[in-house]
Design a protein. Structure first.
Length: 330
């Protein structure tokens, strides 16, 4: 009887042979480095899914004060600690006079090899993970802590022409408002990251020039430093030539690898799908490439393709460089 009850309770869950869930699913737990996922929202209600070191840095956290951010995947290994963070345009965190109905679970210590992350007590049907704090404890273990929130549904589905149910005018207006709000936050985040990058670019050191005469007059040091934005590959000084050779060699090796990957059976198949979507190179855009990427990931998870994860990642990376200026992000 207990075993039957356990099976019934876990029936809606799906264990993926991957570290992330399908679009629109929430991460229920991580079991031996495999994502256990649960239904959450329709896939077209999920937006801006991307890998981040934490979900408080995700664009949706700023856009909606954290009320619509959820975790859909987690990566734990010796090199990276990352979360797949998404925005929900269908739900938001429940709140009362005491504030948001969220609580931190843990902390817990997990191994780097074959890690498992679980919420204790187990997540309820109206709960989801909003954030996972991860901090290394030496080389072999990681300290983790989960933030679990209770949510309420605001919009049933996010497609105006849905086979079973159409959105009301109120839902359409609200959905468009949320999309605009998210887009504004994206632009603001990009501007902040560009400013942060510009601030870290080395600037020219101020110089002092002595007058050629015996007078004790010196010129005022230059305080205007130009931010280098152009390609400096043709301005390498002798001391940096060796480093440039290493960069060129790595680029050549990358080009050879891409040529090998693209001409393989798996690469030709993926290339044909991209070209069928794009029609021609001039019309190929990020939306088309992301659509092909999504279907390939789903097929990988369902084991419907003979291509390995490594082959798909390499092929998408190489073909993205070949047909568009925007690299795909897996």
């Amino acid at each position: 009887m207990t075993r039957l009850l356990t099976i019934l309770l876990l029936a809606p869950l799906a264990v993926h042979a991957a570290i992330q869930c399908y679009v629109g699913q929430k991460l229920f737990s991580l079991e031996s480095n495999m994502a256990v996922c649960a239904p959450f929202i329709p896939y077209h209600c999920a937006a801006a899914c991307e890998w981040r070191p934490n979900c408080t840095s995700h664009v949706s956290y700023d856009a909606f004060d954290g009320r619509r951010t959820f975790v859909s995947g987690v990566l734990v290994n010796s090199k990276s600690l990352m979360l797949l963070c998404c925005a929900s345009l269908s739900t938001q965190v429940q709140a009362d006079r005491h504030g948001e109905r969220c609580a931190w679970r843990g902390p817990d210590s997990i191994p780097v090899l074959g890690p498992s992350i679980r919420a204790e007590p187990v997540l309820g049907i109206n709960h989801y993970i909003r954030e996972i704090k991860m901090e290394r404890d030496g080389d072999a273990r990681v300290d983790v802590q989960l933030e679990v929130c209770q949510y309420e549904k605001e919009i049933d589905q996010c497609k105006e022409e849905f086979p079973l149910q159409k959105m009301t005018d109120t839902e359409i207006a609200r959905f468009n408002e949320l999309k605009d709000q998210l887009e504004v936050a994206k632009v603001a985040q990009q501007e902040r990251e560009e400013r942060r990058f510009t601030a870290t670019v080395p600037t020219a050191a101020p110089t002092t020039t002595l007058a050629p005469t015996t007078a004790s007059t010196t010129t005022v040091p230059s305080t205007t430093a130009k931010v280098p934005t152009e390609d400096f590959s043709d301005k390498i000084v002798d001391g940096d030539k060796e480093g440039q050779k290493k960069i060129d060699k790595a680029a050549d090796e990358k080009a050879e690898l891409c040529q090998s990957v693209i001409t393989s059976e798996c690469g030709r198949n993926i290339h044909a799908r991209i070209m069928a979507c794009c029609k021609d190179l001039a019309a190929c855009d990020r939306v088309c490439l992301k659509g092909v990427e999504k279907s390939l990931l789903e097929e990988l998870i369902r084991n419907e393709r003979k291509c390995t994860t490594r082959e798909v990642r390499q092929t998408l990376d190489c073909l993205a460089r070949k047909v568009t200026n925007h690299a795909l992000v897996l």
